[in-house]
Design a protein around this ligand. Structure first.
Ligand SMILES: Cc1ncc(COP(=O)(O)O)c(C=O)c1O
Length: 275
């Protein structure tokens, strides 16, 4: 059994589910390490924030945790995905009066990303698909991911690990499945996500660790030109941890000292992620 839908082993939902009909819901993708999700609380906080913004009832957290535990307790390394939709509804966008959210907890195998991605770094490109501005949804991990679907299918070259996405003003926001950081003169920069992008759990963790380690951090607009002049660039998400970028559109970047320091910090709290 690797999927629980509202607590029952199952693998299909109703065609009337608003998650399927409208993308009306949220999800979380979590790393499972030695039978637990190291960042469970952080994921729950983002989910809770998302529920508030979408006016979606937040599920019973103890129940959610018990269901998650059933699926992951014997796993050394796995991925736990949680999907929360507004549940079934009739035709039309208006919320049903007494929505019964659909709660899906599913376990996946750990992805077989090449080990060298974390060590030697990855090659990255820019995507043509832009991210639209929508402050009411910005930061959330909601179920509408069509921009990422279009962007990820712009390239087939297996050597390119990730594509960077810009907003309509030309600011580099994030990757199709990751957040982006750059280092310039020992200062750490990442994009402002007030208008678009997903506020990644690993991004938040890296910013916190960097601050605690006394590094200067800055959240703001990053243009393509600024990125081209960076000393280091790296990507983050809950499953990859931190991947340095060694090449962006043909330009070579070195895997620098700050990327290495942050990787070491992640490995301390989050062992096995770079194995
Ligand atoms: C578009 C996008 N941005 C950022 C992230 C990073 O989020 P997290 O660190 O929570 O995994 C993801 C993760 O899948 C993503 O899909």
């Amino acid at each position: 059994m690797s999927i629980l839908i509202n607590g029952q082993a199952a693998d299909s939902i109703s065609v009337r589910d608003r998650g399927f009909q409208y993308g009306d819901g949220l999800f979380e993708t979590m790393a499972v390490i030695e039978g637990t999700c190291p960042f469970w609380e952080r994921h729950m906080q983002r989910l809770q924030k998302g529920c508030q913004r979408l006016q979606l009832p937040f599920p019973d957290i103890a129940l959610l945790q018990a269901e998650a535990q059933t699926l992951i307790q014997h796993e050394t390394r796995a991925v736990l995905k949680l999907i929360l939709s507004r549940g079934e509804g009739g035709r039309g966008y208006r919320y049903p009066e007494a929505a019964q959210p659909t709660r899906i907890v599913m376990r996946h195998p750990w992805p077989d990303y090449p080990q060298r991605n974390g060590q030697a770094g990855v090659q990255v490109r820019f995507c043509n698909t832009t991210l639209a501005r929508q402050p009411r949804l910005a930061g959330l991990k909601h179920l509408n991911r069509l921009e990422q679907v279009l962007a990820r299918n712009e390239w087939q070259d297996a050597e390119i690990a990730e594509g960077l996405m810009l907003d309509e003003q030309g600011n580099v926001i994030e990757g199709t499945m990751s957040n982006m950081f750059m280092v310039k003169n020992k200062r750490l920069y990442t994009a402002d996500l007030s208008n678009c992008g997903v506020a990644g759990i690993m991004r938040g963790y890296i910013l916190e660790r960097a601050c605690n380690a006394g590094m200067a951090t800055h959240i703001g607009d990053i243009t393509k030109k600024q990125l081209g002049e960076a000393d280091e660039i790296f990507l983050s998400n809950s499953l990859i941890g931190l991947w340095p970028v060694n090449r962006l559109e043909g330009q070579i970047f070195t895997v620098g000292e700050i990327s290495r320091r942050l990787q070491a910090l992640i490995n301390r709290d989050y062992p096995l992620i770079h194995v």
